[in-house]
Design a protein around this ligand. Sequence first.
Ligand SMILES: Cc1cc2nc3c(=O)[nH]c(=O)nc-3n(C[C@H](O)[C@H](O)[C@H](O)COP(=O)(O)O)c2cc1C
Length: 170
Amino acid sequence: MINNSVLDAIYNRRSVRFYTDELVDDESVKEIIRAGSFAPSGLNNQPWRFITIRTPEIKNNISELTHYSKIVIEANVLIAVMLDTDAIYNRDKDLQAIGACLQNMLLAIHSLRLGAVWLGEILNQKDQFNKLLSVEERYELMAVVAIGHQTKKTLSYSRKNIDELIIKEI
Ligand SMILES: Cc1cc2nc3c(=O)[nH]c(=O)nc-3n(C[C@H](O)[C@H](O)[C@H](O)COP(=O)(O)O)c2cc1C
């Protein structure tokens, strides 16, 4: 197996759902957003926008919009990743770009020795989310990234063997 720091981050990052009370500093939050913003996007349209949420009362309100309320409450900071629908040029490609942005964020978080999980289930309440935070309709919720310093309780997920994934080698 080839060994380098990028592959190491890809293979060792896992979703983290249990956090300590320790602060995630603003510099780290900015770095995570910056890493997200360096993702590729079609025509380089950079359709991602971000909302950072630290205020406990607001986190409590957001927690009521998802089954993953404990994660939302206990994460030190949440970053909501929004699609700016005014920036859309091709919805399929814009959604792919947002996915790349989110993965960049997760890898950056891992490299900063923090833990995070990509929360998607909350999208069932995306309209409520905008109302709650008084965010314009043009911004569409894509995911909430819950971030904190991880406790030791992290589950390990296996992956399919790549032989099951390759359809053809022509
Ligand atoms: C689009 C998407 C939505 C997800 N939504 C949730 C979610 O709502 N709650 C949660 O706990 N994990 C969520 N996850 C995390 C996945 O459960 C996790 O990435 C997967 O089980 C593999 O585990 P790993 O990230 O530790 O490798 C989501 C991941 C993706 C990519």
